[in-house]
Structures are given as structure tokens and as C-alpha cells.
Design a protein around this ligand. Structure first.
Ligand SMILES: [Zn+2]
Ligand SMILES: [Zn+2]
Length: 286
């Protein structure tokens, strides 16, 4: 069993992937020995395996919102865990629409899922997954205290920051959000905040490469948080450690980790800021 830790499995903002670049958003959090998967962007299944999780030990998945870079691989993850020997119920906590996603995935895989029950004697997967759609407020997770806060991610209204804690250790995931001051109160006193970040100098260059530049830039500015504002949240909240994820841009020439670290250092000299990368592992302090 894995010791308590947070592993960033995917740290890229947005759904596209490129050679040598990071994956979209997903995390493994092991808290009091219980594994939680937070978001399921492309690459989550491989990331969990490489992080040392036995897929058949999957129990609880939380989805912050239904943008594809956070949910695209949810079905494939659960299905792959099933073929790896999963034999207990999996709880999926997600916003309204999560049940429809799961039902649609099962419908798309009906041939294979039926075959593996009849041919391999596996338990019916559809009956092993319990989707629990949530909104703002406390979440009845097994063994940890958890709550959700609606954040500002237009045009998505069902997008939630998550706080998970056990005695002596608390972690907050900011989800995708524009600069959202109430997140500071939600994260107050946490040991660690995982917050998205955008380097404004890179936004124009990114938009030019991806195309549809004006619309994309308008979306980024309305729905995401500049690095300096993520730091403001942490300074106000008194959080012990800021970990930046959902980096925009991050696989663009000239915007590698060295540039990000320099920008973070300039924005908060000596501050407790870590620039996330795929595989970054933070063990719970003893
Ligand atoms: Zn996203
Ligand atoms: Zn999003």
C-alpha cells in the first residue's frame, strides 16, 4: 500500500497533448492510506500505474468539472481497473452530468463489457460503479472530511474546488477557475493548495499557435488565473505550500519549467511555490 502522498499525474492546462509534453489534469492523493483520484484527464490510468497504485485498489474518484481535460479518461480508467481485477464498488463524485457520462461510456462499450462478463466471468461493471453527483457543500467521503466550493469558470457553472482533510493534513484543489477570492477562505490553513496558473506573457504566443486566437484568449482571461493571482490566494489563505498545475502555456517553446520557476520566484521571492510537473510527488510530512 502506498504511504500518504500527493502525486501530480498531469499538469497541463487544456486537452491537447504534444510530443514530450505533459498530460492534462489528474492527481493521485493517498490520505490515511486511502487512494483518491482527483480528475481524469488523458493519461490518468498510465499515470496511476507508474505512481505505484494497483488499479484494482481504485475506490474513489472525484471530478471537479466536465471539461474533457478533466474527465476524458474516467471511463477508460474504471474499465481498465476492472480488467485488472477490481472487485469492489467504485464511487465517482462529480458534478451534474457525471451519471450521463458514465451511462454513455457503458453504452459505448456494451459489446466488450457484456463479453467479459459472459466469457471471463467478471462481475458486471455497470453495477460496481456508484456515481454521486454533488454540488457545493460537504461530501460524505469514506474516511476523510471533504467539501466542495463552486468556483468561477465560465461558461461552466458546475465547477468545484475540493478540500480533503484528515487530522494533521489538509489538501485543497482549486479546480479550473478565474481569480476567485473566496477560494482563500475555503483554503485557509490548508497544508497545500494545488492551484492552476497562467503566464500572461505566454498567452498571446499560445493563442497564435493554436488558432482561433481571439476566442481562445477571451476564454483564458475570463476563466483562468494568472500566476500572480494564484499567489495572492495563497498569501491570503495562509496555506503552507502552493503547487501550480494546469499550466498555460507549458509545452510551448520558451515556456519550460525554468521559465515558470523564474516567474514564480519573481512574483513571490522566497515563497513556498512549486511549479508542478507530471510525476511530482509530495509525501506527507511525518
Ligand atoms: Zn482544464
Ligand atoms: Zn475547465
Amino acid at each position: 500500500m502506498l504511504s500518504d502522498r500527493l502525486v501530480l499525474l498531469g499538469t497541463k492546462g487544456g486537452p491537447a497533448i504534444r510530443a514530450g509534453g505533459p498530460n492534462p489534469t489528474s492527481h493521485l492523493l493517498v490520505m490515511d492510506g486511502r487512494p483518491f483520484v482527483i480528475d481524469c484527464g488523458l493519461g490518468v490510468t498510465r499515470g496511476l500505474v507508474e505512481a505505484g497504485l494497483e488499479l484494482r485498489d481504485l475506490r474513489t474518484v472525484l471530478i471537479t468539472h466536465l471539461h474533457s481535460d478533466h474527465v476524458l479518461e474516467l471511463g477508460p480508467l474504471i474499465h481498465t481497473a476492472w480488467t485488472a481485477g477490481l472487485s469492489h464498488e467504485v464511487e465517482v463524485w462529480g458534478p451534474v452530468g457525471s451519471a450521463a457520462y458514465w451511462d454513455g461510456f457503458c453504452a459505448s462499450m456494451a459489446f466488450d463489457m457484456g463479453l467479459r462478463v459472459a466469457d471471463e466471468g467478471r462481475p458486471p461493471l455497470g453495477e460496481m460503479v456508484r456515481v454521486r453527483e454533488f454540488s457545493e457543500g460537504p461530501l460524505a467521503l469514506d474516511g476523510v472530511k471533504a467539501s466542495a466550493l463552486r468556483v468561477a469558470h465560465p461558461p461552466v457553472t458546475e465547477c468545484f474546488a475540493l478540500r480533503l482533510e484528515v487530522p494533521g493534513w489538509s489538501i485543497v484543489f482549486g479546480a479550473d477557475t478565474a481569480y476567485f477570492p473566496p477560494l482563500a477562505a475555503f483554503a485557509t490553513g490548508a497544508d497545500l493548495l494545488v492551484h492552476e496558473a497562467m503566464l500572461m506573457a505566454g498567452v498571446d504566443a499560445l493563442c497564435a499557435r493554436v488558432g482561433n486566437a481571439e476566442r481562445l484568449k477571451a476564454h483564458l482571461l475570463a476563466s483562468h488565473t494568472p500566476l500572480e493571482d494564484a499567489i495572492r490566494i495563497v498569501q491570503e489563505a495562509g496555506v503552507g505550500q502552493l503547487v501550480l498545475n494546469h499550466l498555460v502555456p507549458c509545452d510551448l517553446p520558451g515556456y519550460g519549467r525554468d521559465v515558470w520557476e523564474a516567474a514564480a520566484g519573481a512574483a513571490w521571492p522566497g515563497g513556498p511555490v512549486l511549479v508542478g510537473y507530471d510525476g511530482l510527488t509530495l509525501e506527507r510530512a511525518a
